[in-house]
Design a protein around this ligand. Structure first.
Ligand SMILES: Cc1cc2nc3c(=O)[nH]c(=O)nc-3n(C[C@H](O)[C@H](O)[C@H](O)COP(=O)(O)OP(=O)(O)OC[C@H]3O[C@@H](n4cnc5c(N)ncnc54)[C@H](O)[C@@H]3O)c2cc1C
Length: 421
């Protein structure tokens, strides 16, 4: 069976890997010069099944309105992006209804748990040299009400086999001693022992190399221009270099760009880009640097140790496909880092910090879109939003299983495009 995968980010690569394991002849096409160069490049680094709750939680509209126009808001809407977001936005709000929200939360939790269970198998193939760590995640709150509300939400996670513990300020410091200087400001937090972390870009490089060694072909520096269909069937893909590729199946795993590509086939894929930022700070010189990924609920951002570096990531900006680095958003991440870890100040050299922005492919209901579509031979693996690193292994395996007809471990019906009517 010949399969063309569009996109060599986390989702395209895992899909290609598992397709090859099924014996498929796989070609991966990506416009970038190598794997993992777009959204999978410098993300938050956390494989956090614990954060499976969709962003469109009940009350999200009130929250978004409160933040409107605030340049330092965790969730920022740029006016120029709004016209293209209207239909998507209404669906986003529709899915913030409590019953739909809980159903989507559960779908994410199940996929995340499955995905983490596969990471061990992938490490057997590619090793753990991507700054892999399995220390869990600590989520911090500045007031007791925040801890209690989050704990109530997480009781659902525990029911879905994603464990958590409630800790007070002292307990948080026991888990991460670098928090000691701000212990008095911490109301407490939740500790999720099953979460992992790692450098997604390095993982992409390792997985792409292993896949190539197993016979997957890669066409880098190659932009897909046209998707062709006849009646209800996808026929092929033409690329900017004039080549044309036919196959038995095609996988659109082009992140946020999957939506405009799918539109050529007449498919409405409700995925829009939500820009996020990260800074990566060298930490080797700071002996007391943190070892545990920490999410700050108040500042809506996280600090994740990756080897001897610290990755600070967060905030969401709906600004279309614009990837410009807004200085105030980067400054927010520095503020977070210094607020959480004041002791870093003497070791922080802004000239050695790498700033980055990426586009989370956000689906309208907060759940990834995977599997077959109404166009025969065309499959999707996109829309995993803020959870793409967490979901990559599971989503790749499920889509590969669906393509070759090997019964997937989870029922894909709940994740297909057809759920949006
Ligand atoms: C700031 C930030 C922090 C994040 N933190 C986390 C985290 O801690 N944990 C987590 O689980 N997730 C996190 N995420 C989300 C995660 O990074 C994404 O969900 C994931 O990287 C998406 O992967 P992808 O393969 O779908 O897309 P991408 O990585 O963007 O890959 C798509 C690929 O398609 C290619 N492509 C696009 N169009 C074309 C075309 N026309 N022709 C050829 N190639 C094309 C691109 O070059 C790209 O390589 C974060 C995201 C951001 C922005």
């Amino acid at each position: 069976m010949r399969i063309v995968v569009i996109g060599a980010g986390l989702l395209g690569l895992t899909t290609a890997w598992f397709l090859r394991r099924h014996g498929g002849e796989v070609l991966v096409i990506d416009r970038a010069p190598g794997p993992g160069r777009e959204t999978s490049f410098a993300n938050g680094g956390m494989l956090h099944a614990s954060q499976a709750n969709p962003w469109n939680e009940p009350g999200v509209l009130r929250h978004a309105l409160q933040m409107l126009g605030k340049e330092d808001a965790a969730l920022l809407f740029r006016l120029r992006a709004l016209p293209g977001m209207l239909g998507w936005g209404l669906r986003f709000l529709h899915h913030s209804h409590p019953s739909r929200y809980v159903r989507n939360f559960e779908k994410n939790a199940q996929l995340a748990r499955y995905s983490l269970s596969l990471m061990h198998e992938l490490r057997t193939a590619i090793g753990a040299d991507y700054d892999h760590a399995a220390r869990g995640t600590l989520k911090l709150f500045r007031d007791r009400a925040g801890v209690d509300a989050a704990a109530r939400l997480c009781e659902r996670l525990a029911a879905w086999d994603i464990p958590f513990e409630i800790v007070d300020g002292a307990g948080a410091v026991r888990l991460e001693s670098a928090l000691a200087p701000i212990a008095e400001r911490l109301a407490g937090g939740l500790y999720f022992p099953a979460d992992e972390s790692g450098d997604a870009y390095r993982f992409c490089e390792l997985l792409a190399a292993a896949a190539a060694a197993e016979g997957v072909r890669f066409a880098y520096g190659t932009t897909v221009k046209r998707l062709l269909r006849s009646a209800d069937c996808m026929l092929g893909v033409s690329t900017a270099d004039g080549a044309y590729h036919e196959a038995d199946a095609f996988v659109l795993a082009a992140g946020s760009y999957s939506a405009p590509l799918a539109r050529q086939l007449g498919l409405d894929v409700p995925v829009r880009p939500a820009k996020g930022y990260s800074i990566t700070v060298p930490g080797a010189a700071w002996e007391g640097r943190p070892r545990m990924p920490v999410i700050d609920d108040f500042l809506h951002a996280a600090v994740c140790p990756l080897g001897d570096r610290l990755r600070v990531a967060g905030t969401a900006e709906f600004a279309g496909f614009d990837l410009a680095l807004t200085p105030s958003r980067i400054a927010n991440l520095f503020t977070l880092l210094k607020q959480l870890y004041p002791a870093i100040a003497p070791h922080l050299d802004p000239t050695h910090v790498e700033a980055w922005a990426g586009l989370r492919p956000m689906s309208a209901d907060g759940v990834g879109i995977m599997g077959e579509t109404s166009v025969r031979k065309c499959f999707l693996n996109t829309g995993h939003g803020p959870l793409g690193w967490t979901m990559a292994a599971g989503a790749g395996k499920l889509v590969a299983d669906a393509i070759v007809g090997s019964g997937p471990a989870l029922d894909l019906a709940a994740y297909r495009l057809a759920r949006f009517r």
